[in-house]
Design a protein around this ligand. Sequence first.
Ligand code: WT7
Length: 632
Amino acid sequence: MENLEQVHLQVNEVFYPTEELKKECIVQDYESMYKKSIENPDEFWSEVASELFWYQKWDKVLEWNFPYAKWFVNGKTNITYNCLDRHVENGRRNKLAFISVDEEGNEKKITYGELLERVNRLANGLKSLGLSKGDRVSIYMPNTVEAVISMLACARIGVIHSVVFAGFSEGALKIRVNDAKAKAVITATYTKRRGKKIPLLPTVLEATKDLDFVKHIIVWDRDKEIEESQQNGKIVDFENLIKSSSPVCNPEIMDAEDPLFILYTSGTTGKPKGVLHTVGGYMVNTYLTTKTVFNIKEDTVYWCTADVGWITGHSYIVYGPLANGTTSVIMEGVPVYPHPGIWWEYVEKYRVNVFYTAPTAIRMLMRFGDEIPAKYDLSSLKIIGSVGEPINPEAWLWYYKHVGKEKAKVVDTWWQTETGAHMITTLPCYPAKPGKAGKPMFGVVADVVDKQGNSLPPNTIGYLVIRKPWPSMLRTCWGEPERYEKYWKDIPGNVYNADDLAAIDEDGYIMIVGRADDVLNVAGHRIGNAEVESAIIEHPAVAEAAVIGKPNEIKGESIKAFVVLKEGYTPSPELVDEIKETVKEVLGAIAVPDEIEFVDKLPKTRSGKIMRRVLRAKELGQELGDISTLED
Ligand code: WT7
């Protein structure tokens, strides 16, 4: 495993909140609040949940029937009531919910009152199309407020949404729509990226053409390109549906354990897992973590740069911020177009107080030089967050110095699609250590263990596990309960295996090293090695493929593929391009290998399993480790 020297190198400097921030912190005493959350979870979570609206109170906070949990048992609520109506009724009707911006400086502002109305109208529209509680709807949308409205409209009436990142290709979309058996897909004519229009509707039409259960395709027709004559039948106009439906829609009364959404994520096999989250626990924990990690106050302006297509977007663009009645910026586009100061331009313009992004973006912007952020007034920033992959101390310090101006507090947040909300983070009130995520969030019992489940001594790298259920945990994998159970049955001791490697230091700070399984983290995107391999072998010339991750300065990891060609084919640069194109078609641009090497054979175990570990060690010039099971 990794050498431990690095672990020690990173603890040298500790960064305290400024006096001013410290005074403003919602959580002043992390230790005592954490202690209460562990020693008296019923009281702790009851108090948090009571800050939100419930049609009926829960009978019991937790029912734990290993490995299945029920939180807020028999509680009845609706997450959209808490995200919208609650604020409108409490004097925030005219407060901005979102400032939706794009790369060209266009902005669209929407208040809580307006957002509620549009959500209600779309929810009624979905009902008019025959959708009801328990049905699934796939959402393949640009990162705009229309995507948020689509998600909330589903949640309003108990429809389970399944958002698919709009950067995924037709093949990846098809697998997800098919697995969820979605009755409708909500999409747009296109999304904007680097000044170009990337069509989305044609991808949806192609992906769903053989899926008979998809009855409607609801299209946000951005430039009014679709003629009325085309709108009969399957295609429904998003805006017309909103316009023609009533603005009043009573929220569906949802049980705390009713499904809220499915979000597909990569695992170790070629098939993505449909992570299922339910209403009550997810709502309570996204509310609490947003409030305490980002120190949300009434006048906070917040910006999470993620895409709604990922869990970060679900929890920290949509549900968490809205449950707190926050004003958020949401942006469609990339951080470097039309210029690499665009994010800082918006931070200055909207006086953003809390900024939340990924290390890969920080490293990319870092390359453009210190003078870019220096051109803007970033003095509004109080908290700057990081998520998605380990943040190296160099990038951490640059972020702190050049974006936070040594005043804003860096909070590194570790969590997963499966955990629904932050699990290990630095809170604003206590010191941060660059390169270490921080301490466990409320109610989280984290540990680092060996394969047998024994706790390891401080500063020793092992498997990161969670010892107790938490409110926003995944409840199952859609249609594949065995894959869900595996998380809890992998390591002895009834613990949840996060499949990350980590180490805990003597102060209880947890450093995340990276994935322990065959899952890549490329620019913060989670991609299964096996997924890329199955995409590669769809090319007719390919017999076999193995994919490894290589350390990459900007993206964290880059993808290298080893390819064995079928009899009669010879390696060529054209073939490299074709294979890349195949992966792009099957999975999307984010999964395209950076390097392809043709080989005669792949290292395998005697039982025929490809030993990616051996390929990786060879590629990186490391020791091969135990190769006793190698075939020859
Ligand atoms: C994996 C989960 C959770 C939001 C985005 C990714 C890695 C996530 C951190 C962090 C080190 C991190 C882990 C984790 N990861 N945040 N702050 N420090 N690693 O969600 O796609 O479900 O991926 O991302 O390896 O297991 P995801």
